[in-house]
Structure formats: structure tokens, C-alpha cells
Design a protein around this ligand. Structure first.
Ligand SMILES: [Zn+2]
Length: 50
């Protein structure tokens, strides 16, 4: 499975118009087309269930 996890909406303004941004790196980057912020998704590891 090589599909990257995509965000559903911008964490800053809530817009859903996101596009992949920048170089393909270990951490997927996306730009919000509304507020133009670029952010990065990181996998932070697993947690246990509470
Ligand atoms: Zn935004």
C-alpha cells in the first residue's frame, strides 16, 4: 500500500481545497489553496487504546 494519507481539510482555516506541495519527501506536504499555508503530515507512531 503506497497511497499517502491525505488530509481532509486545512487544519488552519478548514478549507478542503488542498494540493500536494513541494518535493516528495518522507513527509507529505500540502498547500491550502485558500489560505496558502503549507503544512506537513507526519506519522507520529502508534498509541495504545485507552
Ligand atoms: Zn487553509
Amino acid at each position: 500500500m503506497n497511497e499517502r494519507a491525505a488530509p481532509q481539510y486545512c487544519p488552519y482555516c478548514g478549507e478542503v481545497d488542498l494540493r500536494p506541495w513541494g518535493e516528495l519527501t518522507e513527509h507529505a506536504q500540502y498547500r491550502c489553496e485558500d489560505c496558502l499555508r503549507v503544512f506537513e503530515l507526519r506519522y507520529r507512531g502508534l498509541t495504545g487504546r485507552d
